[in-house]
Design a protein around this ligand. Structure first.
Ligand code: NAD
Ligand code: ZN
Length: 355
């Protein structure tokens, strides 16, 4: 059976396109509030007063110092519910991958009962969410186009994967990437490079995913191995992220992401930097890509933390392995149907100990 892939239906791309957000929202407005969910790192920035807000709208600055948790999503959903007895006309998420995932999840939880933790998994969402718009301010995760909202819940870190999850509209404005710290910009960008590597080396690969993955990786190479000016580079990164997301939408991620889920769940290591820490040790699985990754790290003097798992207790280590090995689809993609014979708990432990 082939998958019937739902993707984002409306996309605006270009410098300054953020100014068109008002036009996007206008036909959606019926008198109920519009909710703006914005990374609090942007509080006080010049583009905030330009938000097309009306009196009855709700602006929520969210904190993503730690990656989004189901509990936080549930709290935010309650705040939106108690703000108005009407369902919002639209919800806008503006920020990096974490903020976009929060926005996707809140949009779904406004129309589906229970806790967001109940929907972690595949195709558990019953009702379409509130019309949701995504506006990235970091490029790399592909969260702007993916059908998942990654959350850490009581048992695991796992996305809400469903056809209702993708944004109804995205606005890709490279101007909004300006000012991101150099290291963070690199770590997040490498997410799309790693998405490409994991798709291309995966057993689920097909021509659709291959084309997007190759283009995404080429754009990353241009940005980090050539000498582009930052403005040109940001435009390329925005598309690299989008293409990386499209590539894995029709394939799957692999070894690095599976181990990353464990690292993040137990040590709270963030997605971008965590992937970089792990990928650096995966030359057995992605030999050419890891070498090229190291060239990019060296050219940009990016710090990669080491000895992350040093002194880790046995309970934490086995939790990390449990979470990583629970991601069956990722391992199937990376190593094939018999992956359990290759990626044993002992092998996963050995890899973690290298980090
Ligand atoms: P992020 O959203 O976690 O943000 C990282 C840091 O950068 C935060 O401190 C944030 O406040 C800051 N930041 C964001 N934009 C900025 C800007 N323009 N200027 C200055 N600082 C800025 O980072 P990310 O790497 O974009 O996203 C990682 C998250 O995305 C993880 O939670 C991960 O689970 C999720 N993710 C989701 C998908 C998906 O398909 N849904 C895919 C990959 C990763
Ligand atoms: Zn990723």
């Amino acid at each position: 059976m082939y998958r019937n892939l739902r993707i984002v239906p409306y996309i605006i791309f270009g410098r300054g396109s953020y100014a068109q957000l008002g036009d996007v929202l206008r036909p959606r407005r019926t008198g109920a509030p519009v909710v703006f969910i914005i990374d609090d790192v942007h509080e006080g920035k010049l583009f905030i007063p330009k938000l097309p807000m009306e009196d009855k709208d709700l602006l929520l600055f969210v904190n993503v110092d730690v990656e989004p948790k189901t509990k936080y999503v549930d709290e935010l959903t309650e705040r939106v519910r108690s703000f108005s007895n009407r369902q919002p006309d639209a919800l806008v998420g503006l920020g990096g991958g974490s903020t976009m995932d929060i926005a996707k999840a809140v949009s779904l939880m406004l129309t589906n009962p229970g806790s967001s933790a109940d929907y972690q998994g595949w195709d558990l969402v019953k009702h379409p969410g509130v019309f949701h718009v995504g506006i990235p301010t970091l490029a790399g995760t592909g969260a702007e186009v993916s059908r998942t909202a990654v959350l850490t819940g009581p048992v695991r870190k796992l996305g809400i994967n469903s056809d209702c999850t993708p944004f109804d509209q995205i606005i890709l404005d490279p101007d909004l990437l300006e000012g991101a710290p150099v290291d963070q910009r690199f770590y997040t960008a490498m997410d799309s490079y790693i998405h490409g590597a994991e798709a291309l080396r995966g057993t689920f690969i097909n021509e659709y995913s291959r084309a997007y993955a190759e283009t995404s990786m080429d754009l990353c190479r241009e940005v980090f191995l050539e000498d582009l000016d930052v403005a040109a580079a940001d435009e390329k990164l925005m598309i690299a992220s989008y293409f990386g997301g499209l590539s894995i939408a029709y394939s799957q991620v692999g070894v690095c992401h599976a181990l990353g889920y464990g690292l993040s769940y137990v040590l709270g290591v963030r997605h971008g930097i965590g992937n970089c820490i792990i990928f650096n040790h995966l030359e057995d699985y992605y030999p050419v890509e890891v070498r090229e990754f190291r060239d990019m790290v060296a050219k940009h003097n990016i710090p990669l933390p080491r000895e992350m798992t040093r002194g880790l207790g046995e309970h934490q280590m086995s939790e990390m392995i449990r979470v990583a090995l629970s991601l069956d689809l990722l391992w199937q993609n990376a190593l094939g149907p018999d992956w359990k014979k290759i990626m044993t708990p002992e092998k996963a432990r050995e890899l973690y100990l290298r980090m």
